[in-house]
Design a protein around this ligand. Structure first.
Ligand code: G3I
Length: 372
């Protein structure tokens, strides 16, 4: 009996040490200089030392989740506000982390006066273009040398089957070339900064062809697009790894890099995929008291399959960044979307900052990619 107890203790200790040595390694260690591995964060997260410490240890790159958007940076015509974003940039610089700018032009969280009259009519093209130029030039000048790359335009493609571009205030005021104009202004304002087009569901057949068309049109217009951002708001069962893989290969065929920019794996039931913030739903909230072990395991296998597939593209230099949309489950936007007030568990760390099985899976997969 005594011997069995001792042997059991040794086995438990060895197991703990084994997982300790795995857990002792961080995503940042494993990624090295070859991959930017990041997360979105809000300035207020930095007031929490545990959160800040986990970010700096695990990642080499951050994206301000809301602080660089139009409404956060342009509170009134002619006025810019950088304080909250600057706090994130300062933190990143102290910890030798890159910063990604999100976003210069988006139809959400953007001041109406940029492209509309007070009564909601489109502004004349020249005035709208001047407002766009002021926004992009001011942002790029303030963050020159501090932000590595920008989502120049976010979510410009329509979700409707028969429509190419989304109907947005910028498009109504400027015309269909507003995306080309935004990239052109950005490359003039800072020739050294990386420029990205970012969208959700562009790995899915219904939207992929539109993304290919847009990227080709931008190329034909002679503007520089360094990478396409595939947001990666995915679920346990969809999209298939093959769909994601095929779309990355197709983007790479345009001689463009691909970044996974907003990765999370939703574990709750929902009707539609993607991130159209107007498409809210009703739905069940089954994991209020924690994620059951079998679902946590399924999620880990899902992350492993995704990272295994990304591995080959990382080695070939097509995928140069993977960013999670948040760090711990408690902070994720998916607690409020598409159903308000649920308890979601989409990320690698739980609400108590503990790594989940998904963390081990992602780390193991990435480690094997980087050592091949
Ligand atoms: O900060 C205010 C707070 O002062 C106020 O009391 C509260 C009341 O609602 O709102 C707070 O602002 C919210 C903000 O997040 C910060 O929490 C906004 O209402 C809310 O709309 C905003 O949601 C963000 C959403 O984009 C819209 O901007 C999410 O945090 C953010 O995760 C989400 O991120 C988007 C990407 O930018 C683009 N791709 C899809 C992705 C997920 O929707």
């Amino acid at each position: 009996m005594h011997h069995i107890a001792i042997l059991t203790s040794i086995a438990v200790l060895a197991g703990a040490l084994g997982s300790q040595s795995l857990k002792g390694q961080t995503l940042r260690d494993v990624a090295g200089d070859r991959l930017r591995i990041g997360a979105a964060l809000m300035a207020r997260d930095l007031d929490n030392p545990r959160y800040a410490d986990l970010l700096a240890t695990q990642l080499n790159c951050v994206t301000p989740e809301n602080e660089l958007k139009g409404d956060a940076t342009q509170p009134a015509p002619g006025r810019f506000s950088f304080e909250r974003a600057d706090k994130i940039v300062d933190f990143a610089q102290r910890h030798q982390m890159k910063v990604i700018g999100h976003t210069l032009l988006w139809h959400q969280q953007s001041p109406r006066w940029l492209f509309e009259t007070p009564d909601g009519k489109p502004l004349p093209r020249e005035i709208a273009l001047a407002n766009l130029r002021e926004r992009i030039t001011t942002m790029l000048t303030h963050y020159r040398g501090k932000i590595a790359g920008w989502d120049v335009v976010n979510e410009a493609l329509s979700d409707s089957p028969n429509e190419y571009l989304r109907d947005t205030p910028a498009r109504r005021a400027i015309g269909d070339d507003y995306i080309i104009q935004a990239f052109r202004i950005a490359q003039e304002a800072d020739p050294d900064v990386e420029l990205y087009y970012n969208d959700y569901n562009i790995e899915l057949p219904y939207k992929h062809a539109k993304a290919m068309r847009l990227l080709r049109e931008l190329k034909d217009a002679g503007v520089r697009v360094d990478a396409v951002g595939v947001q990666g708001h995915w679920q346990l069962g969809s999209p298939s790894v093959k769909e994601i893989d095929d779309s990355i290969k197709a983007f790479a065929s345009l001689d463009i890099r691909v970044m996974i920019t907003e990765l999370d794996v939703d574990v709750l039931p929902r009707q539609r995929s993607g991130a159209d913030l107007s498409a809210t739903e009703e739905g069940a909230n089954p994991y209020v008291n924690g994620l059951p072990a079998d679902v946590a395991e399924k999620q880990a296998e899902r992350y492993r399959a995704i990272f295994d597939m990304l591995g080959k593209h990382i080695r070939e230099g097509t995928i140069t960044r993977v960013t999670f949309w948040g760090l711990t489950d408690g902070q994720s936007w998916l607690n409020g979307f598409p159903v308000r007030g649920r308890t979601n568990h989409p990320l690698l760390w739980d609400r108590d900052y503990q790594p989940k099985p998904a963390f081990d899976a992602a780390l193991e997969s990435l480690r094997s990619t980087m050592t091949k």
